[in-house]
Design a binder for this molecule. Structure first.
Ligand code: NDP
Length: 425
């Protein structure tokens, strides 16, 4: 079934309906997002860490550049490209593409995380100054932005050599600014090396926890030992990244892989936004230590545990159901039929709200901010931004599902009226 406003053309599929504010969004977002990243890093290390201050704490040019930054960043990306290519772990097939074929993907991201941890341990034993990552945050972020722009230009240009069926449904509008931003090609590859799949879960995501660890080491240098708040932030976020990589196969059925083209939006998100804004809580704690009681810490651990439980159980339930609906763990759940032949769960986690996985994710996001106390807004940036992202993402997914499942989706919405938060939203 084709959604309203979608017009096919000879080059694949055109879609007139545009997301993220259309052309205006495609012009403004690539300018505003890099400035936001620099601004937030500067705020996190400024003495009062105030999000609203005049003049805003922008960096001087010499703070933005360090010759070590491109070496470290390119070395890191190359290391992960090498690990991606190692012939270990299983090889999985993605969902069926429009031409009826399925791409193969190596499932060895967790191994990459373990080898990265082994490398960090080795560097620690060699007494490498890992806390120096704190001083390098701005130059590293600038280099990540440069790499994101260069890669996005390459992806846009190379997409013109891709066959029509390889283009993303929403990324082939003919407007160069919008297509550059949203991504033309669905699964750009260099030989067997899948650029989108690689960027989604590896250099940026693992880079995020490495930056966190650098912040922890900087705290050790400054104050002799890591604080409880820093240990919690590091542990919670490491659990999140390890979980994503342990369940790497599940990414193959996400909106990012299945639906979105690979353009500036995803490239910047994966390589710059995630590592340099998701690590803000740890960066904040370096200059703004927080006293956290054992009881406060225990309460936050419980909150993170509940969030993680909901997040993991609901994601696993849907993945299991999509992979094998006859599996004993899901075969007894109530479902409704759709015209596509696929069924929708209406009991279990997916009968509670339409996005139980987002609910769990948001509870965890809150637990990552709470160790930073209540005196500043900055550590809550992630949970605020993430709420906006997931509400927007839910609306996008809802549109796609309504287009895909029609009346069956409306029926599901009637049966499960709340989107993310039971009885509230
Ligand atoms: P979801 O895993 O929520 O998948 C949505 C898809 O699930 C729908 O398109 C539909 O696809 C299927 N579905 C929806 N309802 C049902 C149902 N009742 N029964 C069966 N299938 C259903 O997509 P996301 O990619 O948005 O999220 C994946 C995870 O990643 C989430 O936990 C999210 O919180 C997290 N996330 C984290 C981000 C971060 O930056 N930390 C960013 C984005 C996401 P179909 O029917 O075709 O199978």
């Amino acid at each position: 079934m084709r959604s309203k406003g979608q017009v096919p053309n000879s080059k694949g599929s055109h879609k007139t309906e545009r997301e993220f504010g259309g052309t205006l969004g495609a012009i403004c977002i690539p300018i505003l997002l890099p400035l936001t990243v620099l601004f937030l890093i500067c705020v996190s290390r400024s003495p009062d860490a105030a999000v609203v201050q005049w003049p805003p704490p922008f960096p001087s040019l010499d703070q933005l550049w360090d010759p070590l930054a491109p070496i470290l960043l390119l070395g890191w990306i190359s290391l992960h490209a090498f690990l991606y290519l190692l012939p270990f772990g299983k090889v999985s097939e993605g969902l069926v593409l429009r031409d009826g074929t399925r791409l193969k993907y190596p499932i060895n991201g967790f191994l990459s995380l373990c080898l990265s941890a082994a490398l960090l341990t080795l560097l620690l034993m060699l007494k490498a100054p890992l806390g120096h990552l704190y001083q390098l945050m701005l130059p590293l972020a600038v280099c990540a932005m440069g790499i994101s722009f260069v890669l996005s230009v390459y992806l846009y240009v190379s997409s013109f050599w891709a066959p029509p069926h390889a283009l993303a449904l929403g990324g082939n509008t003919g407007n160069p600014l919008y297509d550059f931003f949203i991504g033309r090609e669905l699964n750009p590859r260099l030989g067997h090396f899948d650029l989108k799949y690689f960027c989604e879960l590896r250099p940026g995501l693992i880079g995020w926890v490495v930056i966190n660890f650098g912040m922890l080491m900087q705290e050790v240098e400054l104050r002799g030992s890591p604080s409880l708040a820093m240990v919690l932030v590091n542990s919670f976020q490491l659990l999140y990244v390890a979980d994503a990589l342990w369940n790497e196969e599940a990414v193959l059925s996400t909106m990012d892989i299945v639906h979105d083209g690979f353009g500036f939006m995803l490239v910047f998100g994966d390589l710059t936004w995630v590592p340099f804004t998701y690590s803000l809580q740890a960066a904040f704690l370096v200059e703004h230590p927080q006293a956290l009681s054992a009881l406060g810490g225990a309460t936050i651990i419980i909150l993170n545990g509940i969030g993680y439980y909901i997040f993991r159980k609901s994601n696993s339930q849907k993945n299991q159901f999509r992979r094998n609906p006859k599996h004993p763990s899901v075969s007894t759940l109530e479902t409704i039929a759709t015209a596509t032949g696929k069924r929708l769960l209406v009991s279990g986690w997916w009968g509670l709200v339409r996005h139980p996985n987002y609910l769990g994710d948001l509870l965890m996001a809150l637990a990552w901010s709470l160790p930073c106390g209540f005196s500043h807004l900055l550590p809550y940036f992630y949970v605020i931004y993430f709420t906006i992202l997931l509400v927007h993402r839910e609306a996008r997914d809802e549109r796609h599902c309504r287009a895909k499942y029609g009346l069956a989706w409306d029926n599901y919405c009637r049966r499960v009226p709340y989107r993310i938060l039971p009885y509230i939203y």
